[in-house]
Design a protein around this ligand. Sequence first.
Ligand SMILES: *[C@@H]1O[C@H](CO)[C@@H](O)[C@H](O)[C@H]1NC(C)=O
Ligand SMILES: *[C@@H]1O[C@H](CO)[C@@H](O)[C@H](O)[C@H]1NC(C)=O
Ligand SMILES: *[C@@H]1O[C@H](CO)[C@@H](O)[C@H](O)[C@H]1NC(C)=O
Ligand SMILES: *[C@@H]1O[C@H](CO)[C@@H](O)[C@H](O)[C@H]1NC(C)=O
Length: 361
Amino acid sequence: MMDHCPKSSLANISVLSLVVVGILYLYVSSNYPSLGYGCAIPVANSDVRPYDAPPPPADELGRALQMAAKADRTVILTVVNEAYTEQDVNSDKTMLDLFVDSFWLGDGTRHLLDRLLVVAVDRTAYRRCRFRRLNCYRLETEGEGRDEKLYMSEGFVRMMWRRTQFLGEVLRKGYNFIFTDTDVMWLRNPFPWLSNNVTVDLQISTDKFNGDPWSERNPINTGFYFVRSNNRTTSLFDAWYGRKANSTGKKEQDVLIDLMHEGLFQRLGLRVRFLDTDYFSGFCRDSKDFDRVATVHSNCCRSIKAKVFDLSVVLRDWKRYKWRRGQRKVAGGRNGTGSYNRWTPHVGCWRAWRTTPQQKQ
Ligand SMILES: *[C@@H]1O[C@H](CO)[C@@H](O)[C@H](O)[C@H]1NC(C)=O
Ligand SMILES: *[C@@H]1O[C@H](CO)[C@@H](O)[C@H](O)[C@H]1NC(C)=O
Ligand SMILES: *[C@@H]1O[C@H](CO)[C@@H](O)[C@H](O)[C@H]1NC(C)=O
Ligand SMILES: *[C@@H]1O[C@H](CO)[C@@H](O)[C@H](O)[C@H]1NC(C)=O
């Protein structure tokens, strides 16, 4: 099919600069509107710099956000470091690969990849991101790369705070975002399950949902949340980051929990909705229902290797569910087989609790 596309033959003329190709492409496609998608540029993004090109200058954040956000100024952000992008000798995939795969396998999630901005905090992560042809942003961190991988090491904590500061910056630029850890599998488009009422400032996942979406007694998990950009939320992130100097030995999640228990949400007038684990689930508590689950986070697990292992199994469970669902449709839409669907136990993570030293959680 590609033979008939004027674009692909143009692309082979390597002497032309990329700019000229781009201009010609625009010209050609405007003259052959009926060619449609069959002749799309064979890379994911319009940005065609080689994956190992040096990162763009630091003031590129606005541009990167603009590229990922649609008219509603909402982006999906994940932060990766070397540990999530390097491949263990015994594993087929990196965490970032699994994450991206989930957008392919999920229901209604493929187009969301366009909204995703991958924030890379070191060089390896940035190169890997570029290689995958994702929207990548290079976040410079001070003294980076030394011990970021080790859970609660000095480097890890520094990187964590840099992340909080960065996310506050994104809010201040007027972008709403879903922050997702890279070890969250996106099995369904989460937006239909998130409140679209603009008065809800923050919607955050929980380790175990207590049944009341407005109860601050829910154990929050900062691995997945949707936050709207406004005065209240920028103040929240300022307060959160403001604790940096006074939070030795604490994860930023624990600091947010402290702030919540100190009554900061009320003081700021924040409306915070806590998310049900049947939809926004994790290894701490599995979703009970494959027909509703939107995300699966490998929380309650402390080794990256174990997470990659068990999340691969999650994707396999999901593929089997989809296959069975397809069979059901073929059989005439008979119901009642939903209970066949079970998550395989997260044995990699259970084992890791017993055997490995502390690593990134
Ligand atoms: C949003 O929530 C507020 C507060 O509960 C409510 O008064 C308002 O009617 C809601 N708006 C919409 C569009 O649902
Ligand atoms: C809060 O937002 C309102 C309008 O959205 C704006 O007029 C006001 O200046 C903001 N306040 C602060 C402290 O940023
Ligand atoms: C640090 O936080 C504790 C309470 O968590 C508080 O008592 C103390 O005054 C704070 N120190 C500083 C320097 O803010
Ligand atoms: C089939 O299952 C779906 C999802 O659980 C449910 O919404 C629907 O009502 C069921 N249909 C029948 C005919 O039982």
